[in-house]
Ligand binder design. Structure first.
Ligand SMILES: [Zn+2]
Length: 300
């Protein structure tokens, strides 16, 4: 098992090799797809694995599945997605996929198979069980190898946080997502885990410490929807900025008018779109994540 730790814009990729070919868990962001392909090629050449056989996604956020289209086209690998996403992907239906709602980009891909909680997969000669991991994303899965005590956790738990909790058109959904996220953490706690390989950041061993940090963070955010909303819009703007490198203020303002998830966040924040755009730019500048240059917001 090999972990490719990527920058913040792309999720980590985990590569397993066996005689029938390699399996890649998550494929990074679409702007990094060529890089992901090169990483995979180098690894399988070095280890004399015949080919990339399949890609399996923990969940379908664009930073985890953005490489799917290119990898499938170039390597003819299978694409395995969480069962809950099958309808959305089959019809590329934006009501069920998050790319449009969050203002992110993902090239269209098809899938060959799905994975559901309870499925047992052989990866690198070991048995891994797929576990449901709703919360940050309702359909996401994690992979647990009991023999080795390893958990591939996607965005359900990182060393110092977890994936953002996105408000949607239905305000009730956010409450449900928070309770699901806490349940998922309970599931992680119940497992025998020596190492967690998160979707972002380095693999870590202190699961207990991470659980405590993620729980207190989620408690703070769930108690204060406006604070959660401000966090989500900051993440979405920074994400877009990482992608575009620089955005004109007009583009930022258009984003704050047009992206549905930002509108849903603003239901809890309660500012005019233009005011929220300005405030979010200020927030990013304040923490050193961006700088203003003339009429441009520039990634920092
Ligand atoms: Zn995610």
């Amino acid at each position: 098992m090999q972990v490719f730790e990527r920058g913040w814009l792309s999720s980590n990729c985990v590569l397993f090799e066996d005689d029938s070919g390699a399996t890649l868990i998550d494929s990074g962001y679409f702007t990094h797809a060529e890089q992901t392909l090169a990483l995979v090629h180098r690894a399988i050449e070095r280890h004399r694995v015949p080919r990339l056989r399949r890609v399996i996604n923990t969940h379908l956020h664009s930073d985890h599945c953005g490489g799917n289209a290119l990898l499938a086209r170039r390597t003819r690998c299978e694409i395995v997605i969480p069962e809950g996403n099958s309808f959305g992907v089959r019809h590329w239906d934006q009501r069920f996929l998050t790319f449009e709602a969050t203002g992110q980009h993902c090239d269209r891909f098809d899938f060959t198979d799905t994975v559901s909680a309870g499925d047992v997969l052989t990866l690198g000669g070991q048995e891994w069980e797929a576990l449901a991991a709703p919360g940050h994303d309702v359909d996401s899965v994690m992979f647990h190898c009991e023999d080795e005590g390893i958990l591939i956790s996607g965005d359900a738990i990182w060393e110092d946080g977890c994936g953002a909790m996105f408000p949607s058109a239905n305000p009730k959904t956010l409450d449900e997502d928070f309770s699901a996220a806490f349940e998922t953490l309970g599931l992680v706690e119940s497992l025998d885990v020596r190492v967690i390989v998160p979707g972002h950041g380095r693999p870590f061993t202190d699961a207990e410490g991470a659980l405590e940090r993620v729980r207190s963070r989620l408690r703070r955010l769930s108690a204060d929807p406006a604070r959660n909303g401000r966090h989500v819009v900051k993440v979405l703007l920074k994400y877009r900025l990482l992608d575009d490198r620089r955005m004109s203020f007009d583009t930022v303002h258009a984003m704050f008018r047009d992206v549905p998830t930002i509108e849903h966040c603003n239901r809890d924040i309660g500012l005019a779109p233009a005011a929220l755009a300005e405030r979010t730019m200020d927030d990013l500048v304040k923490v050193g994540a961006a700088r203003r240059d003339g009429q441009w917001l520039v990634d920092a």
